[in-house]
Design a protein around this ligand. Structure first.
Ligand code: HEM
Length: 202
């Protein structure tokens, strides 16, 4: 054999030497005990590494969770119902409707008589008070700056017919501005509820 430069005897001596040396270095009589210890250590390391991996995986999952939740909430959350004010188009839309409606009242042959003697600024105030009122009663953030309907109309002798003409001008204006039927009905119900405070004569 090519590698048998060293004889059988030398090999045995060498192995014995290694074995004895190992025994000497470790100074442990029972080799099986150390094997068991190494195995126990190895299992311990495995448990530690496994635990750490599990913990970090949970941390990552935790970081991901809120993002997924936000996305879910965004899509699933029901839309808040819009106020009549919002559906009418907000303050600017209401302002434009009231401007046009009030001009119709001033120009009406029957209703216009009630406004005779009102100067430009007083008419401007009348419009502003009506804008604030409509904004407020439909859910907008406007303060009512007018007196109560009963106080302001008291003594004018407004009839049911007069009231009907005013309401018709409002309906015409809402149609001109293409306000949908549902929103018109809601607004007219609110305005109609003021009738007992405004009408004094049959
Ligand atoms: C349809 C519902 C009506 C509403 C929501 C309404 C609303 C208002 C508001 C907010 C004012 C201003 C109050 C103030 O100056 O503090 C006002 C004044 C007035 N309204 Fe009406 N009104 C209604 C019906 C009528 C009708 C039917 C007439 C007449 C036929 C009328 C005639 C007047 C007059 C003449 C004034 C001025 C009173 C004054 O400043 O002396 N209103 N109204």
């Amino acid at each position: 054999m090519r590698f048998s430069i060293v004889g059988k005897r030398e090999t045995v001596v060498f192995i014995n030497h290694i074995y004895l040396r190992r025994k000497k270095i470790m100074n442990i009589k029972n080799w099986k005990t150390i094997q068991k210890s190494i195995l126990a250590m190895f299992i311990g390391i495995l448990i530690l590494v496994g635990g750490a991996t599990f913990a970090s995986a949970q941390k990552v999952a935790k970081n991901i969770k809120p993002k997924a939740k936000t996305t879910k909430t965004k899509t699933v959350e029901p839309q808040k119902a819009k106020t009549l004010y919002e559906r009418l188009g907000g303050y600017d839309a209401i302002s434009a409707v009231v401007e046009s409606f009030a001009d119709k009242l001033f120009a009406d042959p029957i209703i216009g008589k009630f406004f005779v003697g009102m100067g430009t600024d007083t008419r401007k105030q009348f419009k502003q008070k009506n804008k604030n009122l409509v904004c407020n009663v439909t859910g907008g953030k406007c303060d009512v700056i007018s007196r109560t309907a009963k106080v302001v109309h008291g003594g004018l002798g407004i009839t049911e017919k007069d009231f009907g003409i005013v309401v018709q001008h409002l309906v015409d204006t809402l149609n001109e501005f293409k306000v949908p039927e549902a929103e018109q009905k809601e607004l007219l119900a609110i305005i109609g509820s003021l009738k007992p405070d405004i009408v004094e004569k049959k």
